[in-house]
Design a protein around this ligand. Structure first.
Ligand SMILES: Nc1ncnc2c1ncn2[C@@H]1O[C@H](COP(=O)(O)OP(=O)(O)O)[C@@H](O)[C@H]1O
Ligand SMILES: [Mg+2]
Length: 289
């Protein structure tokens, strides 16, 4: 069974999609079969970054929205990519008539079933069950789509941006994740938060690191040591469907840090799972790794 990581954050533009694509690509490069689920169905930026805007193609290409709205399984929309070991369940943003999907409204209409729809679809997917990792990219909100992604996940991770640090929004995201864990999904574990774009101004950066350190102490949520620097190179990647690993040397800013972030994530997962083994009697065994 895969480890499912939900990349969450209430704010837009903080690096959710960029980090989802980079973490997933690195895991794939390490030999793990990895699938991205693009669950930011209004923007579909992960899809755009990995296989391009499928909704602009003349032939009808289906994605997760069609499955949720019209039925079928995720195996019907499990696409391979140019990268070995990397797969994507895309979001197609618009239907074949050109009308925008509103998955948030659809799930709300379905009520309890809506909250569990993503989880059930993932559980039924043979392709996903053969993956080592599934990364879910989310909308910049804590609405029903993000909550349903937390219900489906084993872990959540929160990217933060230091140039426009909103402790309130990070705090709200942590609270939402912990609430889902407490009430609905005891297997959900916070992996932690990490800086997905570090301010170049030393004073601002220092202040942000202190505040984030304090937040980590207060909440007990891990603050990743690796911080991704700001680099204009990230801006051109989605258009070319590339990652920083494909366009820069290992030693370059951004590339180096994403490699190290993924090492840290794997380490953090190992640590959590080792401590869980000890508490299995209380919680019941976790899904088989
Ligand atoms: N480390 C970084 N340095 C510079 N720009 C970045 C960095 N990470 C992401 N970006 C850019 O910031 C913008 C928002 O990032 P994105 O990942 O789309 O955020 P979100 O998914 O949270 O809305 C994008 O244009 C992206 O290319
Ligand atoms: Mg995004």
């Amino acid at each position: 069974m895969p480890r499912i990581i939900s990349v969450t954050g209430q704010k837009g533009g903080i690096g959710k999609t960029t980090s989802t694509v980079h973490i997933a690509s690195r895991l794939a490069d390490l030999g793990f079969k990895t699938c991205i689920i693009d669950f930011d169905t209004t923007q579909s930026n992960a899809t755009r970054s990995v296989i391009g805007p499928i909704w602009e193609q003349s032939e009808k290409v289906r994605g997760i929205c069609d499955i949720m709205a019209n039925g079928g399984g995720l195996d019907d929309v499990f696409y391979s990519t140019d990268r070995e070991n990397l797969f994507i369940i895309p979001s197609e943003k618009r239907d074949h008539r050109g009308a925008n999907y509103n998955i948030e409204a659809l799930l709300n209409q379905l009520g309890l079933e809506g909250f569990n729809l993503l989880k059930d679809l993932i559980a039924e997917s043979v392709e996903l069950s053969s993956c080592h990792f599934v990364l879910i990219d989310n909308a910049p909100s804590l609405g029903i789509t993000t909550v349903s992604s937390l219900l489906a996940a084993d872990y959540f991770i929160i990217p933060v941006q230091t140039s426009d640090l909103s402790m309130e929004s990070i705090g709200d995201t942590i609270t939402a994740g912990l609430k889902v864990k407490r009430m609905q999904n005891p297997y959900l574990e916070p992996l932690g938060f990490f800086v997905a774009s570090m301010d170049k101004r030393p004073k601002m950066a220092k202040k942000a690191i202190i505040e984030l350190g304090e937040l980590s102490t207060k909440t007990g949520i891990h603050f990743f040591e690796t911080m991704i620097p700001i680099s204009s190179k990230f801006g051109f990647l989605p258009r070319d469907k590339k990652t920083i690993f494909d366009t820069t040397k290992k030693s370059e800013r951004g590339h180096r840090e994403y490699l190290s972030l993924v090492d840290e994530i794997l380490e953090q997962i190992k640590e959590i799972e080792m401590s869980e083994t000890k508490s299995d009697q209380v919680k019941g065994p976790r899904k088989e790794a």
